[in-house]
Design a binder for this molecule. Structure first.
Ligand SMILES: [Zn+2]
Length: 380
């Protein structure tokens, strides 16, 4: 097994006797899989769903493993005599044939063999195949706070179709919730400044309401909402943080409902009654922005406004920049370092995202120098 293969995130298919044997074998090489997967049927009949092996490796039905870890490498242990067509077996087990990238060798020997099956990652925004992948690093503070183990190394992925940059695998929801527990409070900042001293000056920029950052944000809102003073509708502020800005942008709004992940609120009901959904500087922090936004917008009534605002982490041509990075993989660059922005949007990927949500983009804002991209849309 090569060094690159060792770095991949693996799922072991087959949690029976041979699977466990391979688990021990891989453990000797310091490789721990994400989980075991097994046939949905055999889990129910002979194994206990969610059971852990002696080495704390969870066993999941294949369908659930696919749902939980959409981007992974699968190692399948098969007795060749029992499966003459591994490809067909995988397709029958629920893996989309188009995603099986490696031609599967079929070992004619009578002993079980481990066949690595590469699963092609897809763009988390537009769903296109990803052909640009680079080994990524994780910012130390982010790794420490999320408690991401040292051996977990993601890749940065770049989508040529929509110019979106992302990572795989993402931190898990549990790791992310550790990061955002107490986000930006006194202790969070003290700890973060110790790791990343430049945060101290950034923090001043964020709190100083007359800083360039705020002036640019206000000009963006003034341009996007020329009639903001007279807007009297109901707004849901998704990912509002500790205080919603929206009463200041829309001083006569009928109601502003702030929402943060984990809040006890009937979100679908609030969304079905609102006139505008706002997600400001939030989608870059979450693992599955498309799944999240599709889930939110499906509750909106027809004609509701949708405002999505994300930072622009790189000004200029992303493909050009990515090519530069690819040709010099030692370049330290935020686009291939995972920190709290785990999604790097382009104006193209932000519009592609809204298009997947039955939202008609009305206007896109990509103003050079503002370090922000935004789309205003309306549900159809
Ligand atoms: Zn894409």
């Amino acid at each position: 097994m090569s060094a690159t293969e060792e770095e991949k995130q693996l799922i072991f298919y087959g949690a029976g006797h041979y699977g466990r044997l391979y688990l021990d074998h891989y453990a000797d090489m310091g490789i721990t899989p994400l989980c075991f997967a097994d046939a949905n049927k055999s889990i129910h009949h002979t194994k206990i769903k969610g059971e852990k092996t002696d080495t704390e490796c969870e066993i999941l039905p294949l369908s659930e493993a696919l749902e939980r870890y959409p981007r992974f490498e699968l190692v399948i242990t098969v007795v060749p005599d029992s499966y003459t067509d591994v490809h067909k077996f995988l397709v029958d087990s629920g893996i989309n044939a188009e995603r099986i990238r490696t031609p599967l060798p079929l070992n004619r020997a009578s002993t079980p063999v481990a066949v690595p099956v590469s699963v092609q990652p897809k763009c988390p925004i537009c769903g296109a195949d990803i052909n640009h992948r680079l080994r990524a690093s994780i910012a130390l503070f982010f790794r420490v706070r999320c408690r991401i183990p040292q051996e977990q190394t993601p890749e940065a992925i770049y989508c040529e179709e929509c110019e979106h940059i992302s990572f795989f695998p993402y931190p898990t929801d549990e790791q992310l919730s550790r990061y955002y527990d107490g986000y930006m409070d006194y202790f969070f900042l003290q700890e973060r400044i110790a790791f990343e001293p430049n945060i101290a000056s950034l923090k001043q920029t964020w709190t100083n309401q007359t800083s360039d950052h705020w002036i640019k944000r206000w000009s963006l809102w003034n341009e996007a909402f020329p009639e903001r003073e007279t807007f009297t509708g109901h707004i849901v502020d998704f990912g509002s943080g500790s205080s919603s800005l929206l009463y200041r942008i829309f001083p006569n709004a009928g109601k502003v409902t702030p929402y943060n992940i984990g809040d006890r609120l009937n979100l679908p009901e609030a969304l079905s009654k609102c006139d505008m959904l706002c997600a400001m500087q939030v989608l870059e922090h979450i693992a599955e922005p498309a799944i999240t936004l599709i889930g939110l917008t499906k509750h909106l009534k027809e004609g509701s406004m949708v405002w999505v605002e994300v930072p622009k982490d790189y000004d200029g041509e992303l493909l050009e920049r990515w090519t530069e990075i690819e040709s010099s993989i030692t370049t330290q660059c935020s686009l291939i370092t995972m920190h709290e922005h785990i999604q790097h949007f382009s104006s193209k990927s932000l519009s592609a995202l809204l298009n997947r949500c039955r939202v008609e983009p009305l206007k896109c804002f990509d103003i050079p120098g503002t370090k922000m991209i935004a789309v205003l849309g309306r549900t159809i």
